[in-house]
Design a protein around this ligand. Structure first.
Ligand code: PRP
Length: 202
């Protein structure tokens, strides 16, 4: 048995779509509509559903052998896990955005859930900004005057558009990644490769 930690939300939805597109029915049928289940088993694979930011922790600690997570999460924080491969779904981007017609040089306060990536970006750009950390609904910050701009995930661009915000630039392209516990990757190599072949990512 191997355990795979799946990031709930965006990554989970795109993984389901990937399974459906590939007609991988056994997995697709079992995973469709996760509801409020905490885990589900399909054959020799146990999927656990956790917050995206917690996926690397479960994998690092060996509670999960594999993890499916957005590359944004592992770029934001360093984890002692094996970065196995890119996965062909979950494409989006971490982008800087804000009110229309604002000049980048006027940005002094930035709200984000990705302080490390954002800090690094502005340091490299040699621009002095203060960061406001938010866990979600980051788009509210420039609308309510908490920040001048945001650095947040953009997928379709709908959330920005609906809030009359404009995307200034991509900071980091993002997609789903497969990560593994360093020890499990060797001790459970056969099962891990068998799962990867089943979902056609190797
Ligand atoms: C992300 C992000 C944006 C939204 C962008 O939120 O924070 O709010 O998706 O998607 P769009 O470009 O397709 O509109 P998510 O739903 O992942 O939840 P979060 O607000 O908790 O980050």
């Amino acid at each position: 048995m191997i355990t795979v930690a799946l990031a709930k939300g965006r990554v989970y939805r795109s993984f389901n779509q990937f399974l459906a597109d590939k007609h991988l029915d056994e997995y697709a049928n079992a995973l469709i509509d996760g509801g409020r289940d905490l885990f589900r088993e399909v054959g020799g694979v146990r999927f656990i559903f956790v917050k995206g930011k917690d996926v690397p922790t479960y994998v690092e600690q060996g509670v999960a052998d594999l993890g499916v997570v957005g590359s944004d999460t592992i770029a934001e924080q360093l984890f002692n896990v094996l970065n196995v491969s890119e996965l062909p779904f979950g494409q989006c981007r971490l982008a800087m955005a804000g009110p229309k017609y604002m000049s980048e040089s006027d940005i002094k306060v930035v709200a984000t859930s990705f302080p490390n990536i954002t800090r690094k970006y502005f340091n490299q750009a040699k621009q002095d900004v203060s960061l406001v950390f938010l866990n979600g609904s980051v788009e509210l910050a420039p609308i309510l005057g908490l920040a001048d701009a945001i650095v947040d995930i953009v997928q379709t661009g709908t959330t920005l558009k609906e809030n009359e915000l404009e995307e200034y630039k991509t900071i980091l392209p993002v997609q789903a990644r497969l990560i593994a516990n360093k020890q499990s990757f060797y001790t459970k190599e056969m099962e891990i490769y068998s799962f990867m072949r089943e979902i056609e990512v190797v």
